[in-house]
Design a protein around this ligand. Structure first.
Ligand code: PMT
Length: 398
């Protein structure tokens, strides 16, 4: 990576961690210039960043000295990369709407350097629909998300929203993770069930726990990929280093996938997406009795990705109770995808909810078995298999 890092610091409890980010980058020989918001200065003083970086800290759009030479444009051009850490919910919303009401937000608008965003906020704020919509827009516009991580938060809540540790942020920013079979590749994974509401208290869903999809996301991350996990409602911790976008319904999953997947190399649909949803969600709880619920088909996500983005290598899953390979092949052709990972369900000790699984990888040419093992081990073998096939496919189509 080139040598000029513009570190944008916004205000939150994680602001103190940015001092360590600046120190680590400096130690590695990068020039680091820091831009702070007013809120950031309530947590850490500019003097501390100045002492660490050896550079004057910028904090005002109306600094007469800097602005005599159009300082904000000069800084925007100086940056080889802009890292926003911590990125509060507010600063992410400003990025999304293109607001330029302080120096940092103006720089984000003015720079042509790649922007990396390390979110840090309370878990409820992270899960808020507005934040999730803003995050989806950031990804769609080509920004790279680093985290957030999961764990105990300053307010006592436990969940997703903690800023990643400085060492992890710096490693991901500089692409220093050890070379793996998917280094430099962007992978999107779907996991878990979807829930299709029929009234305010009931929904149609299935038994997927998300374990298989989460294990795949972890394995792809360990193989060096930049991973986005679009997750239905599950009770699993977010995989470290993976960007998780939570959704509830199939339609939400479809929307969270369809634009951002454009920039991905590989798409793996491990989610058990509900094929149908109630045509109408009643606004009051349905009364007991002869309730008839009209169903309409949900969009087929893997088929849509394959159709709309032929450059993306698409892997689907098939959960089958019998005639597994033939049924998987039918799905492979019907959905127009590259591979299908078929699992036999309805057998104890594998498939839905279990910690173990076995897969048959089915392509138009061949079938390969991954024997019964833990979902983590099966996911690692699947990722290695996919990366080999992806490389051959990329060679053949280039
Ligand atoms: O989550 P776990 O408890 O760990 O269990 C793992 C699993 C059994 C859920 C998983 O391994 C699995 O098999 N997932 C796919 C289950 C499924 O819904 O299969 P399907 O045959 O209905 O769908 C085939 C493929 O189309 C899947 O990739 C699915 O994600 C995709 N699909 C289906 C419907 C739809 N509307 N859109 C889709 O993208």
């Amino acid at each position: 990576m080139s040598s000029n890092v513009l570190l944008g610091v916004t205000g939150g409890v994680a602001t103190y961690k940015s001092v360590e980010i600046a120190r680590l980058l400096k130690q590695k020989g990068y020039r680091v210039r820091v831009v702070m918001t007013e809120a950031a200065k309530a947590f850490v003083t500019p003097l501390l960043f100045q002492g660490i970086t050896g550079e004057r800290v910028s904090d005002s759009l109306f600094d007469p000295q800097a602005e005599a030479a159009m300082g904000h444009i000069e800084l925007a051009k100086w940056a080889d990369v802009l890292l926003l850490a911590p990125a509060t919910a507010n600063s992410i919303a400003k990025l999304t709407y293109g607001l330029g009401d302080d120096l940092l937000s103006t720089l984000c608008l003015a720079t042509s350097a790649p922007i990396f965003v390390a979110p840090a906020m309370n878990q409820a704020m992270w899960h808020a629909a507005a934040t999730q919509a803003n995050i989806a827009i950031c990804i769609k516009r080509g920004m790279t998300l680093l985290g957030p991580g999961e764990g105990e938060q300053a307010c006592g809540d436990i969940g997703l929203g903690r800023m990643l540790e400085p060492q992890d942020i710096v490693e991901q920013l500089l692409g220093e993770k050890q070379e793996g079979s998917l280094t430099g590749k962007c992978v999107m994974v779907t996991a878990g069930p979807t829930q299709e509401p029929m009234d305010p208290v009931r929904y149609i869903s299935n038994h997927s726990s998300g374990k298989m999809g989460y294990a795949i996301a972890r394995a792809a991350h360990a193989a060096g990929a930049r991973v986005t996990l679009i997750s239905g409602p599950v009770a699993l911790p977010a995989p470290e280093g993976v960007t998780v976008v939570p959704v509830i319904t199939a339609q939400e999953m479809y929307e969270a996938v369809m634009e951002p997947v454009r920039d991905c190399d590989i798409f793996i649909g491990a989610a058990a997406v509900a094929d149908f949803r109630p045509k109408k969600c009643a606004d009051k709880k349905l009364a007991k009795g002869d309730v008839v619920v009209d169903l309409v088909a949900n969009p087929d996500i893997v088929a849509s990705v394959a159709k709309q983005y032929p450059g993306v290598y698409v892997i689907g899953f098939a959960a089958e109770t019998h005639d597994v390979v033939n049924k998987a092949k039918e799905k492979l052709f019907a959905k127009g995808i590259d591979l299908i990972a078929a699992n036999e369900v309805g057998v104890a000790g594998r498939g839905f909810h279990s910690d173990n699984n076995a897969l048959i990888i089915v392509s138009s040419q061949d079938c390969e078995l991954i024997e019964l093992d833990t979902k983590d081990s099966v996911a690692q073998q699947l990722i290695e298999n996919i990366s080999k096939r992806y490389k051959n496919h990329a060679k053949a189509t280039s």
